[in-house]
Structure formats: C-alpha cells, structure tokens
Design a protein around this ligand. Structure first.
Ligand code: ATP
Ligand code: MG
Length: 432
C-alpha cells in the first residue's frame, strides 16, 4: 500500500505527521520561506518550506513552479490563514516531475483554454465538473440496475439511420457507402427487448450538428433505455425517477464541487422535492403566448429560444408531451385520441437549459410503422431487420434517450455544453 494519503484525508486527520503527493497549484516565496499550495484529486493544502531546514536544496525549492509534481512528508497543523484551513510544515520532499512556465494562467480566453484543453483539465473548475460527471454516470447505472434493467450494447457502426439523414456522419468502411456512426442505439435496442425486456446503455452518439449552440456536440454520451410491455406513462415515469435519483446523488456527494463551481444547490432541490411539471405541446404553446409573448404556429417544433423562455418559468424539469406527429420520428406512436400528435415526451430542464431527454411509446403495428416510414420518404425495405421486431411477437414498448452532457450542463449550471465533457467535439473543434 502507498504511504501517501489523499490531501482530503490528511486534512481530516487534523494534525501530526503526514505523507502526501500532488502538484503545485500556487507558489510564492521569500528569502527565508517558500509557500506551495499542493493539490491532488481530493483537495488543496498549503505547504511551507523553511530555508533553514533545506539550505543545500534551496535553489531547487526556490525554482518550483506551478504544476511541478512533489512528494512531501511533513507536520500538519490548523492554520486559519491557509486556503483550506490547514498547513503542512515540510520535513522532507522529493521533486518527482519539474514544470516550467505552465501555459495556463488567470483570465485566458475561451479559445486559448480550448487549444490547451489537455492542460485545462487540471483546473479546479474542470476537476469539479469531472467529479460531478462521474457521479451522474454512476447514478444512471445505479438507477437502471435497481429497476431491473440489463446493460446492453448496440453497434457504433450502423447501416440504418434513426434520427434523420442530415445529421449523419458517414464512415469510410472498406469503401462501403452506407455505414454511419450511431446517432442512437434505438433501432438496435428494440430487437433486444424480446430477449431482455428492460435494457439500458450509456454510449457515445454522433451527430453532424452544423449549428453553433450552447447545447449541441458532435460526439456526446447518450444514456438510453428501452422496455417491453410499457405504456407511455411508464416511459416518462422512469425519466422523472431517473433524474430525481441523479440529482439526489449529486447533492449527497458533490456539495464541495458545486461550491467550487458557484452553483447554488438550492436551485436543484425542487427537482428532488416536487413532482415535475407536465404539459402537452399544445398547452406549452398557450403558456408561451400568454406568459412569454411568443407565438408559435401549431405544428412547428419548439426552438431553443422557446424552450429557454418556457423553462425559465419553472424550477423543476418540464415533461412536455404530445408533440405534432410531423415533427417527430417515424417510430413514435400516435395518440389514439388525437392522431395528429404522438405519445412522445421531451424533458426540458429548468433555468433555460432546455431539452435533456427525448422519449416515446413506439409504434408496434407493422403496417402503421411502414406507412410512417413511407410518409417520411424512407424505403421500408432498408429497415427489414428492424421491422422484424413488429413481425414476431410485437408488444407495446417504448424508451428514451438522455444526453448526459446536457444533464451535466444543467446540474453544474454551465454556460456551454463544451465544459461538460473532457474533450468537446463540435463542427469547428476536434483537436486536441
Ligand atoms: P435537440 O432538439 O436538442 O437537437 P434532439 O431532438 O435532436 O435534440 P433526440 O434525438 O431526442 O434529441 O436525442 C435524445 C437526447 O440526446 C436529447 O434529449 C438530448 O439530451 C441529447 N442530444 C441530442 N443531440 C445532442 C447533441 N448534439 N449534443 C448533446 N446532446 C444531444
Ligand atoms: Mg437534434
């Protein structure tokens, strides 16, 4: 076992001899003393080098710069003036990796930080976001396993499209022309509900998004679920319970990280405490008109700006249902009461964050789904394997997809989705 303990553990110990290792977060020095704030993945602590103890090594100590890696043995004591309330008087140390002129300093431009993303990941902000991201992934796995879902995996190379052709990335697959990167697992998930009934995944999805928005990436992590024997209300019921579980876990585990991000946890509490707001698309148009002065023609999809205005009215997510059939995918089931609309739902996060989940009850009748495909200009013959799901023991079923970075953006209160993933990919940004 390593003799080194996390800085957070050292702080919890409160006093005495400790061994820690980490990287220089800040440093300043005088002729007689050098102060180094050391960080590791757990926290920061101030360490003091006294010249009297290290005369022969003083030039090395004096030269220590931001991001140098150190092992330190020393004596810990409380010190109100230190950044995390404790200080270590260094007794012995080893410089494991030197660092010179670390490029990232205060107040650098967004572009500069994006070019140096590999280094910016070490910042306190990114470290906090990455920890919350970890909690969210873990919570999604926990939720689905607790609810009796199996984790299942679909291919990333796919030969059929699910969410519309214009956003497909084609791949040079041994010179074949009809291979694309997955936009969703759905067409490959539905065949598996006949084996496992309740399944979920967290996997990358790819969309050739040409628009520059604060919530679209070209590569994002997609948590998707599909279940047999469902009714529409089961689908959005799981969406609501899943989001509550995720927020609960973040509030249990990540208050220090939310504080680093200056994200007020009180803004997330209503999501735990209150039922989500449920409205139909038609009701949403009415509210947009009456409360936001925005007129949307029935039949048009809600745009980002409309979602933003609508969600600013609430402190919990909105479950918006029964969108017009013509703006939604071919597999969404018509509403028997109004066949111009579908049993589909979008979850819209509060405070202007917008869509985080899209889901639906699926059309399970073979002839109806073929007709919907033709209506969208598709050739049902291309979907032969998929249509077998409606031939051999078809059952009512449904599912949803959740953009994990959208959840990270909302929970962390980020301006842009780009900070919700370590190396964001957009139309313009694919390096480093
Ligand atoms: P939007 O209207 O925001 O483009 P969509 O209707 O295309 O979303 P779906 O096809 O329903 O989205 O995908 C399911 C979920 O995947 C969305 O609710 C969202 O959380 C997430 N998502 C979709 N596209 C992206 C993207 N480009 N980047 C990040 N997340 C995305
Ligand atoms: Mg889209």
């Amino acid at each position: 076992m390593s003799k080194y303990i996390p800085i957070q553990k050292a702080i919890a110990k409160g006093s005495g001899n400790v061994n820690i290792h980490g990287w220089v977060h800040r440093e300043r020095g005088s002729n007689a003393l050098k102060f180094v704030v050391l960080k590791d993945s757990s926290n920061l602590i101030q360490c003091v080098f006294e010249r009297g103890k290290f005369e022969s090594q003083w030039s090395e100590i004096d030269k220590l710069q931001v991001e140098a890696a150190l092992e330190i043995t020393g004596t810990l004591k409380k010190d109100e003036r230190a950044p995390t309330g404790y200080e270590i008087t260094v007794e012995s140390f080893k410089i494991v990796g030197t660092s010179e002129n670390f490029p990232i300093a205060k107040d650098q431009s967004v572009e500069f930080l994006a070019d140096n993303r590999h280094l910016w990941l070490r910042s306190r902000k990114m470290t906090a976001i990455l920890k919350i991201r970890d909690t969210i992934f873990t919570a999604i796995h926990e939720y689905f396993h607790k609810q009796g879902f199996y984790e299942y995996h679909s291919p990333i190379f796919q030969a059929v499209q699910c969410e519309g052709g214009s956003e497909l990335f084609s791949v040079n697959y041994f010179d074949k022309k009809d291979v694309f990167l997955s936009q969703s697992w759905q067409l490959y998930a539905e065949p598996a509900i006949f084996a496992l009934e309740k399944i979920y995944t967290i996997a990358p999805s790819f969309r050739a998004e040409k628009s520059k928005t604060s919530r679209h990436l070209t590569e994002y992590w997609h948590a998707e679920m599909e279940m047999a024997w469902s009714q529409f209300k089961d689908i959005y019921g799981h969406g609501e319970k899943l989001l509550k579980h995720v927020v609960k876990r973040v509030l249990e585990r990540n208050l220090p990280e939310l504080a680093i991000l200056e994200r007020d946890p009180k803004k997330l509490e209503p999501t735990l405490q209150k039922p989500f707001v449920k409205m139909t698309y038609t009701e949403a148009l009415k509210i947009l008109k009456e409360k936001c002065g925005m007129e949307v023609e029935w039949g048009k999809d809600l745009r980002t700006i409309e979602e933003e205005k609508l969600t600013q009215l609430y402190d919990v997510p909105i479950i918006c249902t029964h969108y017009p059939k013509k703006v939604k995918a071919f597999y969404m089931m018509e509403d028997p009461k109004n066949p111009e609309t579908v049993q589909g739902c979008d979850f819209l996060a509060p405070e202007g964050h917008g869509e985080i989940i899209g889901g639906s009850q699926r059309e399970h009748d073979l002839e109806k789904i073929k007709a919907r495909l033709r209506l969208q200009g598709e050739d049902p013959a291309q979907y032969e394997f998929y249509l077998d799901t409606r031939k051999y023991g078809s059952v009512p079923h449904g599912g949803f997809g959740l953009g994990v970075e959208r959840i990270v953006k909302w929970i962390c209160g980020l301006e842009s989705i780009k900070d919700a993933i370590p190396f964001p990919r957009t139309m313009e940004r694919y390096k480093p």
